[in-house]
Design a protein around this ligand. Sequence first.
Ligand code: NI
Length: 231
Amino acid sequence: MNIPEIYDYLMRARRDLWACLEGVPDEKLSEPLLAGSTLRFHCLKDLVAHVPIIEDSWVHEDFLRDTPIWEAFPWMEALGGDGPFYAGVPLADLLEYWRAVEESTLKYLPTLTGPELQRQVVLGNGRESMTLDGLVWHVLVHEMRHTAQIALMLRMRGVTPPQLDLIAYLPADVAQSTSRASGQSGDCVTNTLSPGSKVHVQPDAQDAAARAGHTHPPLHRPHRKEKGRVR
Ligand code: NI
């Protein structure tokens, strides 16, 4: 898979996550589950804001060096950017910003040609640089990490999140899956591909997803946007 294909997966997973969030009472999205800690985020809405803020920041402040999308959203500027500021913001406003960031990124991705991806991007500290390719992958994986946190926080409040693993969005071979699934009673997991289109993950795929869900990398390195570079 490549960057546009993974971004397409993220967009489809976002829509399933957004649909789930839109069905959650506002007080659960604003509840300070993490308050009292030293963490930067206190509620689900803080994380819902954080994911597109980071994508916006990297793409516009670091890669393109132009104007971030958030500057078109005065309420974001007023709140102070990335952090525990979003409990009182309607979910619809946060998703409107996220959709605007997504629309911008979709226009940007076709510019990521081979030579461009090898360009060195100077980081905010001015002392280091990394290849654009690696940093774009950081942005993609960053969303996966945080949406997993959002899913966990939803479960902590009694809400069943959608299955967001990549395998739930891969095209399934219906003929092979049907033969494998015969005699089994597992439920299908349904994820939205696009409006009006569905893919069903058969029991064997669910088994693979379950196995994948228990495979974690041995190391967790802090990502650079948590070092206070976002405004
Ligand atoms: Ni983060």
